[in-house]
Design a protein around this ligand. Structure first.
Ligand code: ADP
Ligand code: MG
Length: 280
């Protein structure tokens, strides 16, 4: 009921002359957080998200963790506007996107982009051509600049020597880095990562973690990272959302997570320690 109340209020506010004349500042005042889930509900075969609440401030990295099937990717799909909540509101780039249509969502997706686990690279194009392809979708670069921008992006992700290679020549970790370079070509404000270190060996996982950290520091990118790699979470995230049986059972600083006395979180952290010691 509360979520419905919020929704009506939001639509009414959006309809006023004031919010239409100065959208940027008004929306930032109305929605102070860059991303926010307000009482989000989503049910498929079973309730996946039940009254989910959390937020991501500009320039912050927030991790979403939890068991497989708990709704981590579904949460990212709501941020991209691929899925709509059954109830509640999803704020992205300081705007309530809950009722947005495709044209409005396309504008949001210029600011917020997603690095898919597969990388979605073109196997018949070289690494440089893959990045160039994304650049060509963006009118902001003039032609002469493009080669420099491509090399700049590849340097940023530590792949300047792989420009002429094909994706099939690269390890999974390097493919993830190409996918990140490609996402950056769109000059986003925010990147969403879905399991960036899954299926990646430990050395390349460190490389991906350092890359994410660099993007945050140098480009002040806001990001959300779905992961069950707690080392990655500790390396890059400021805050963490723990999902369990439909609910957000923890939302707060990564540094405070170990102090939680929620039994599932204690179990999750204990399991991580067991895995760590068995991996050596
Ligand atoms: N488009 C969809 N249609 C139906 N069920 C879906 C859809 N997307 C996700 N689900 C279901 O929602 C649940 C959560 O999925 P997901 O967010 O992908 O889990 P994970 O936390 O492992 O990323 C799963 O049971 C999944 O089958
Ligand atoms: Mg997933």
């Amino acid at each position: 009921m509360r979520a419905d109340g919020l929704k009506t209020l939001t639509h009414r506010l959006n309809g006023t002359l004031i919010s239409l004349t100065v959208p940027g500042t008004r929306m930032a005042e109305q929605y102070p957080h860059y991303i926010e889930f307000r009482h989000v509900y989503k049910t498929f075969d079973y309730p996946v998200l039940v009254d989910a609440n959390f937020y991501v401030d500009g320039g912050e990295t927030v991790a979403i963790i939890g068991r497989s099937g708990v709704g981590k990717s579904v949460s990212l799909a709501h941020i991209m506007g691929f899925l709509k909540p059954d109830q509640g509101n999803v704020i992205v780039a300081h705007q309530d996107i809950t009722g947005f249509r495709e044209a409005e969502l396309r504008e949001i997706r210029k600011k917020v982009t997603m690095v898919f686990q597969s990388g979605a690279l073109f196997d018949s194009l070289t690494v440089a051509e893959n990045v160039l392809f994304s650049l060509e979708l963006n009118d902001d670069y003039d032609k002469q600049n493009r080669e420099d921008v491509v090399m700049g992006l590849l340097r940023l992700v530590g792949l300047e020597n792989a420009a002429e290679q094909y994706p099939s020549d690269l390890s999974t970790g390097y493919k993830r880095a190409v996918a990140i370079a490609r996402a950056l070509a769109a000059q986003p404000e925010c990147i969403l990562y879905d399991e960036p270190t899954t299926m990646v060996d430990p050395i390349m996982s460190d490389h991906v973690a350092r890359l994410m950290q660099r993007l945050k520091e140098q480009l002040h990118l806001t990001s959300v990272v779905v992961t069950h790699d707690l080392d990655l979470m500790r390396a890059v995230a400021d805050k963490v959302v723990v999902l369990h049986e439909g609910g957000v059972i923890y939302f707060g600083a990564v540094s405070e997570l170990a102090n939680s006395d929620h039994p599932h979180i204690r179990e999750f952290l204990a399991m991580d320690r067991t895995l760590l010691s068995s991996n050596g």
